[in-house]
Design a binder for this molecule. Structure first.
Ligand SMILES: [Zn+2]
Length: 146
């Protein structure tokens, strides 16, 4: 999974607290979901109570880093000084979770295309909880990417 320097420099990313991530490998954080042990429903962020069957027996899981772009839109309006256009969309992960996220590109997007998770730690040392910037973008062609 690529950790993109580009996402750090972009103004447009989705920001999530560290509690939304599995951080076993600090170089490649993964989104932290939960799988219900009673009905197998997967939640993100990890639910304390299953939204499907109300079970509290939920196992933390690291969500997939690739999924399919369900739908998207490119925005051409922004505050003064913002970089436009930018894109946001819904991404369906194989676990059955649909995420809303910023996208890393605005061109060559199409529904059902394979997209990949990009993440960068935000250097906000003044804040109590660490945060990460995320976005989804086209899968990199280079198989050697980290
Ligand atoms: Zn359940």
């Amino acid at each position: 999974m690529p950790t993109s320097a580009a996402i750090k420099s972009s103004m447009h990313h989705s920001i999530l607290p560290a509690s939304c991530f599995v951080l076993h490998d600090p170089k490649s954080p993964r989104l932290l979901g939960g799988r219900c042990n009673a009905c197998r429903e997967v939640s993100f962020p990890k639910a304390e109570v299953c939204p499907s069957c109300l079970s509290e027996d939920i196992t933390p899981i690291a969500l997939s880093t690739q999924g399919l772009l369900y739908s998207y839109t490119v925005l051409h309006l922004g505050k003064s000084g913002e970089i436009i256009p930018y894109a946001v969309g819904y991404v369906d992960l194989p676990e059955g979770v649909r995420l809303f996220s910023h996208l890393t590109v605005t061109k060559d997007l199409r529904p059902d295309m394979q997209v990949e998770f990009y993440v960068a730690k935000i250097d906000d040392d003044n804040s109590e909880e660490k945060h990460f910037a995320i976005g989804f973008g086209p899968v990199m062609e280079n198989p050697n990417h980290a």
